[in-house]
Design a protein around this ligand. Structure first.
Ligand SMILES: [Zn+2]
Ligand SMILES: [Zn+2]
Length: 184
């Protein structure tokens, strides 16, 4: 079970009720391998988690999570999911943005990418095969690993080539092009 980083955890000002609220909240998280904390409680019609607080109005679970870990959401700001997973309540995946920013992010190429369920080669973008980077960019792990193999092979080849060239140029090697000769 994840422990939220709570500001001022000294519990001096916090009533018993609030503590219980947090404990109830944490019981409804399911930590995913990609880092998302999926809400296992009620889900609203728009796909966000709903959390009923003690004796207060129900609140969207990700907003509750943001407020208890990062503080009050500034007036007029919306909470954007960097991971594009509406059920997620991991405060590290949440950012307070203006409505305009939220809209732009929703239609931008990374947001479009976020809606894809499979990579360009048809691997499923979920579970262990999904890499989420800062700002929510998503990558297929199989393709990432394959690319790494190609990159390191290429790097080795370039290094070998450089070595070979430096060997050629150092020392009195054979004159490859005689003056006056044309290279075709
Ligand atoms: Zn997330
Ligand atoms: Zn792939």
């Amino acid at each position: 079970m994840p422990m939220l980083e709570l500001p001022g955890n000294s519990s001096t000002e916090k009533s018993e009720g609030q503590m219980n609220e947090r404990a109830r909240f944490e019981r409804k998280l399911s930590v995913q391998t990609n880092g998302c904390w999926n809400w296992t409680g009620a889900i609203s019609g728009t796909g966000y988690g709903n959390f009923s607080r003690n004796g207060r109005k129900a609140i969207l679970a990700h907003r509750f999570s943001y407020e208890i870990s990062k503080g009050k959401i500034p007036d007029g700001l919306q909470i954007d999911h960097l991971c594009r997973n509406r059920r997620c309540v991991n405060p590290e995946h949440l950012e307070a943005v203006t409505r305009y920013e939220n809209y732009i992010r929703g239609v931008s190429p990374p947001a479009q990418n976020a809606k894809r369920t499979h990579c360009i080669r048809g691997h499923e973008l979920s579970g262990k095969n999904l890499i989420i980077r800062a700002y929510g960019s998503r990558r297929c792990r199989k393709c990432e690993n394959a690319d790494q193999v190609i990159y390191s092979r290429r790097r080795r080849a370039v290094r070998a080539l450089r070595k070979a060239r430096s060997r050629e140029t150092s020392g009195p090697g054979p004159e490859l092009v005689k003056s006056g000769e044309r290279i075709t």
